[in-house]
Write a protein that binds this ligand. Structure first.
Ligand SMILES: [Zn+2]
Length: 112
């Protein structure tokens, strides 16, 4: 009977070890997917370890922050640097969104 008992305990510890490994793998994968999407990798590793495969699914479903859709990318063609605070603002902006200083839109500058 003693052998049976230890065998069962061994089986349980074996299984829990695998479950632990799988949970950590989920955490690692979730953190990898999250960091690919410009999210907090460490936070998602913790979520992955706590929630396992569910957190992994959540990170896969996360909207990608690193590639914003519908939002204009800041490029030299569409943005100029504010002379006051050196932050990029849109060409046609009349007021800097960062420091609030008044700006002259690029199209008006060209006319002068
Ligand atoms: Zn500014």
């Amino acid at each position: 009977m003693e052998n049976y008992g230890t065998g069962l305990a061994g089986l349980f510890s074996f299984m829990s070890l695998y479950a632990l490994l799988a949970w950590f793998a989920c955490g690692a994968l979730a953190s990898h997917v999250a960091s690919e999407k410009d999210r907090c990798g460490i936070c998602w590793f913790v979520w992955g370890v706590i929630f396992g495969p569910m957190a992994l699914l959540a990170t896969v479903g996360l909207p990608d922050k690193s590639k914003p859709r519908g939002v204009e990318a800041v490029t030299p063609k569409t943005h100029v640097l504010c002379p006051e605070c050196d932050e990029p603002v849109k060409n046609e902006a009349k007021v800097c969104k960062h420091c609030g200083s008044k700006l002259v839109p690029v199209s008006q500058q060209a006319r002068r």
